[in-house]
Design a binder for this molecule. Sequence first.
Ligand SMILES: Nc1ncnc2c1ncn2[C@@H]1O[C@H](COP(=O)(O)OP(=O)(O)OP(=O)(O)O)[C@@H](O)[C@H]1O
Length: 799
Amino acid sequence: MTFDPQTSKQDQAKRAEIAAEQAYVSMLYDKLDAERELADRKFTEALRSSAEPPQEAAERETATATYSDRLAQLKSVEQGLCFGRLDFAEDATDDEPTIYIGRVGLFDDGDDYRPLLIDWRAPVARPFYLATAASPEGVRRRRHIRTLSRRVVGIDDEVLDLGAGEHTDHLGLAGEAALLAALERRRTGEMTDIVSTIQAEQDRIIRADMNGVLVVQGGPGTGKTAVALHRAAYLLYTYRRQLTTRGVLVVGPNSTFLRYIGQVLPSLGETGVLLATVGELFPGLSATGLDTPEAAEIKGRLVMTEVLDKAVRDRQTVPEDVLEVPVEGGEVLVLDRRTCERAREKARRTLQPHNLARRVFVDRLLDALADQAVRKLESDVLDELPEIPLTEDEVDSGPMLDARDHATIRAELAEDPAVQAALQSLWPKLTPQELLSDLLTDPERLGSAAGDVLPEREWRALLRKPGSLWTPADVPLLDELAELLGEDDTEARARRERQRREERAYAEGVLHVLEQDDEIIDEEVIRVRDVLDAELLAERQEASSNLTAAQRAALDRSWTFGHVIVDEAQELSEMDWRLLMRRCPSRSMTLVGDVSQTGSAAGTSSWDRVLRPYVADRWRLRELTVNYRTPAEIMRLASAVLAEIDPDLTAPRSVRESGVEPWRRSSSPDSLASDVRRWVEEELTALMEERGGGTLAVLCPHAEEGRLSAELAETQARAGFDDTGDNPRVSVLTVDRAKGLEFDAVIVVDPEGIAEASPRGLNDLYVALTRATQRLGIVHTAPPMPALSGEQTSSSAAG
Ligand SMILES: Nc1ncnc2c1ncn2[C@@H]1O[C@H](COP(=O)(O)OP(=O)(O)OP(=O)(O)O)[C@@H](O)[C@H]1O
């Protein structure tokens, strides 16, 4: 080996730089520890402080919440606390010539709060993501600092002067070395944040204005999910006050996906976000059932609003002729068709939801029944009395019973079980669950509600057995029904009013005690009641419940969010959109997705089509064009499938090559399971050799899932993981469950079967082919489809 003095000098210089950065980073961790200690102390103090004066109790609760949030944030930023440094050109800034960038802001309180570490979301940190040699934004040098625990293990520098154009490649990547190192990392089964290597096109989306609907369209692996989550963190930082009250909702396609992304926001110090699937947005209901693809697609159509509207109207009935009501005491009153029709018409004309309009209907019929009862009573009495003719100067004194008697009789009838049963049969009080369940299990009801707008074959596809589980596609229908039915909240309101009166009485008592204290201490000082009345005190007690906006939102169907982010937005049905738009009347939304990856038959191929009914053309489109996940070798194969979907579509450009070509092999239906097991084991060995481990997924058609899972159970167990674990090494998945996920290696089984399984099967295949970060294998069980029979693979011998 020859000694190169030049290299050795560079090494020494680099070691010195690393040592200097280590000193700074250690100082930051010391500061972090001190901040944690402080927050911890204040939190404990706030918890301990006795809440004697009630206004302090409210303040104490606010302080407890603030310090516990701060503590959680400071704990979450331990890994990679500081990851960047910018050195500005001498005349570029009046402030610091050097700034450090990290996950959280830290300041030197002994030096006029001089920034020691700048939060990545602060405007001053922006050049870290945007500056290029061509447009350096005053930056002389951008440095990525790599740390492991609290140790600095490397630095990557880019000098951004005009002569340094060669430091950025054709894709305009910022911090290329750090980026490529991040992309090469072995996957763990959980998504990680990208805060140190966000690219310029991503940064512009993350920091885009919060108002209005922003659609982010991008091919597979372009960082849509990453961008969506970092945008949530950015918005919470920038619009903290607004969003802490109303909360942010992030919607994902399924619970596997939500688990996969679940750690990203906490690692960015943000916990107040509700992550949910649309199926989880009806509080108190868990949608664990499965629809057939056909039923799910039909339930997702907008026409279902008409079906449900009709279903509700069908429950507002009138008798064929008369309905007999045998009330207590032996009388039989009657409700005739015409009276009922009039009452129904009047109730419908209020345009109120069914359960609220019911009050009008009930009032009308109770009036009618009371009139009838009074008339009967009077005539019974008169029948029993001997008829005494009026003398000349006498006049008829009118009805025997006055208005008060009438009201008493009406009130008694309202309590009468037979009357209640009659009213319930004509215009029942309904919950969304009761109505939908009745509708989907009764051909007669469903035929009546849907017969005019759906062909019989289609509405029959929705029928199911009584007691079936709720499905995700039921949830938007239930939500729609909740709107159509409304909640008769008379009882709830009375309960709340009672509670409020009790709270007020308690607050009055507290104030009374405090006033006595005031008098003893000093008659001249401002009195407690001058600054705090019982009403305000009661309100404070109510408002200081410890739940975050996200937690309260999860319990409240009618909650409206400050911002809604939807991932894999192309999969949502028209009915899903209706539900989400209801949760976000301000239309402050970020929707990320890829119309080339739509798998669900109810999903969309056009953003315009889904958004037009809600915002016309007032939505902005941004595109992501670089694929960070899938290596170029795999993308070449996937692009052929994309061209088959639509020749006008272009796949995103891969940022790197892996040096490993995808392989294709054939198998027969009989030996498929054992062949796949063998190839999985080969791939696992390759992953171990090349990368020291990693994750592998077998993606297959629904029909093969059970067989392959069983065959691979032993391999999974041997690898020390099982399929139900949070972090499986080998997973067997259908494509819908793999959506949005990624693995180091992927084996796609029966691509032709996947492509043919549904009208959007080619899209599913495109998704399957783009899940791998390193290695891809394809197993054919039928003659390869043209897009996959190309020359680009080093096809192995048939298995
Ligand atoms: N700027 C970046 N720095 C480092 N890693 C990145 C960056 N952008 C994206 N990635 C990584 O690329 C991978 C793909 O990102 P992501 O899952 O967000 O893409 P996507 O567009 O949502 O993909 P798909 O539509 O296929 O689900 C992830 O591992 C993500 O961490």
